[in-house]
Design a protein around this ligand. Structure first.
Ligand code: BES
Ligand code: MN
Ligand code: ZN
Length: 492
């Protein structure tokens, strides 16, 4: 898709859809009056009849019947002025994309009156329009091909293109394939997305300048003593994999970042079996790993000047006669031991391997993404991820990148008093805490494996999977994290 910037008045632009964002009670704005005059008063009449006020989420599509060079006019309700944020633009563009697919629109012209933070808003608009075109329908016999836009033109009086605008639009265009890849990996059925398959997908998609992929099989995992991954894998007929994706910039790397992703391809709970209902969506449990594969697959185009290594321990978590049992103890490569009292708290067991291994390389920071706890979903719901960390500037930076990306992150505390909760009678710690604060006790267990390296943990259990359709994403995997990570990596 192409993004153009033009200093053209809306009356003169030739396009499929001319989009006019309207804030609540803003239907009398000068631009609408001007267009209404050209449309011989028909626009104001439609506005009156349809009771369009500019409320958030409302739209008004008006065919111009040859009275304007644009074939349709779309008024987009933006809601109350003081509630319009960066993500409102992403949602508005996604809504515009959805509303106009039916009329076969291939291009948009988006009119922007003077706004603050123009670059971020342009990025959000391009991203919203792109994200809304995702579909996962290969298993539906009557599926329609996706429709995507050819071009978006941003119109604004006095607007000149600039390097900053281009960069922002470019970033949005460059990162969407990474989001779509992460969504695809989550949406595939769990008997397709096995650990072996995930390794193959990493190899297939993480190619190009600077990228290399290593996929360790069971023997190498044993040799490297990744004890948590082996323990969780014991019940399975599928072999585990440990995926390492490495990106090296062309020039000298300024910094070194490690990304660690939970790659449970299906979480049945193991011997501590889940209920049928709570298993329904458990193919989502590799969403953290998928986000890292998706993000890293875009690095050859984004070319950050830092070294990035992705670590993804992956297996399914299923019961059988050989499965790990409550009461078993795992000894990790950093010497620490965990007593497994609930085999359904498996994410922390495999992430511990990933974190301990990554920490040995002494990166400047480590970020892990995991669909780790139902407790985090209870606390923050389905739109917000929990973020924990031992280094406030890193946490703040990620929250800011998330805000720009339209991915909400909310910090939760690493309450050291709660370490009492994970004390074991026989090992250094146990893998579950008490009845309360489950997201925190899980994070405290991870912290035992990061040493003193700046670290952030994103618990994405809520936003990784959409059980309701969203504007920027159909039901299923959302690719949550890819957009935040790529913004982070391109500015770190
Ligand atoms: N994968 C789940 C967490 C999860 C739940 C993700 C719902 C997305 C939606 C994780 O492995 C798990 O089972 N956690 C347990 C931990 C408990 C046994 C301490 C949980 O949250 O119930
Ligand atoms: Mn589990
Ligand atoms: Zn899990």
């Amino acid at each position: 898709m192409e993004v153009k910037f033009k200093d053209l008045s809306p009356e003169r632009v030739k396009t499929d859809i001319l989009i006019l964002p309207v804030k609540e009670k803003g239907t009398e704005e000068p631009m609408i009056r001007r267009l209404d005059r050209r449309l011989k008063g028909m626009l104001s009449e439609r506005i009156k009849k349809s009771k369009f006020t500019g409320a958030e989420g409302t739209t008004l599509l008006h065919p111009t019947a040859g009275m304007l060079p644009a074939s349709h006019l779309l008024l987009l309700g933006m809601g109350k002025e003081n509630e319009i944020e960066n993500d409102s633009w992403r949602k508005a563009a996604a809504r515009a994309k959805r509303e106009t697919t039916g009329i076969g629109a291939e291009e948009f012209a988006f009119f922007l009156s003077p706004v603050k933070e123009l670059e971020t808003i342009v990025g959000a608009i391009v991203e919203g329009a792109m994200l809304a075109s995702y579909q996962f329908n290969k298993y539906q016999s009557d599926h329609k091909p996706p429709s995507s836009l050819r071009a978006i033109t941003i119109l604004r009086p006095g607007l000149k293109g600039s390097a900053a605008l281009d960069r922002s639009a470019r970033l949005a265009l460059d990162l969407t394939p990474g989001v779509f890849l992460a969504r695809d990996l989550v949406n595939e059925p769990p008997s397709i997305t096995t650990a072996r398959f995930l390794g193959g997908q990493a190899q297939r998609h993480c190619r190009g300048r600077g990228l290399s992929v290593e996929v360790w099989g069971k023997k190498k995992i044993q040799a490297m003593n990744l004890a948590g991954l082996l323990a969780v894998n014991r019940g399975s007929v599928e072999e585990p994999r440990f995926i390492i994706i490495h990106y090296k910039p062309a020039g000298k790397a300024k910094k070194k970042v490690a990304l660690i992703g939970k790659g449970i391809t299906f979480d049945s709970g193991g011997l501590s079996l889940k209920t049928a209902k709570s298993m329904e969506t458990m193919k989502l449990d590799m969403a953290g790993g998928a986000a890292i594969i998706g993000a890293m697959s875009r690095l050859p185009d984004l070319r950050p000047e830092i070294e990035v290594t992705g670590y993804i321990p992956t297996t399914d978590n299923v019961p059988s006669g050989s499965a790990q049992k409550p009461g078993d103890i795992i000894r990790y490569l950093n010497g620490k031991t965990i007593e497994v009292l609930n085999t359904d708290a498996e994410g922390r067991l495999i992430l511990a391997d990933g974190l301990a291994l990554a920490a040995k390389e002494k990166p400047d920071c480590m970020i892990n993404l995991a669909t780790l706890t139902g407790a985090c979903m209870v606390a923050l719901g389905t739109e917000v991820a929990g973020i924990f960390g031992n280094h406030q500037p890193l946490v703040d930076n990620l929250i800011r990148c998330g805000r720009e990306a339209g991915e909400k992150l909310w910090q939760l505390p690493l309450v050291k008093e709660y370490r009492e909760e994970i004390k074991s009678n026989v090992a250094d710690m146990k893998n579950i805490g008490g009845s309360y604060g489950g997201a925190i006790t899980a994070a405290l267990i991870l912290q035992e494996f990061v040493g003193n390296i700046p670290w952030a943990h994103l618990d994405i259990a809520g936003p990784a999977f959409a059980e309701k359709e969203m504007l920027t994403c159909p039901k299923g995997g959302t690719g949550f994290g890819v957009r935040t990570l790529l913004r982070f990596l391109s500015t770190f």
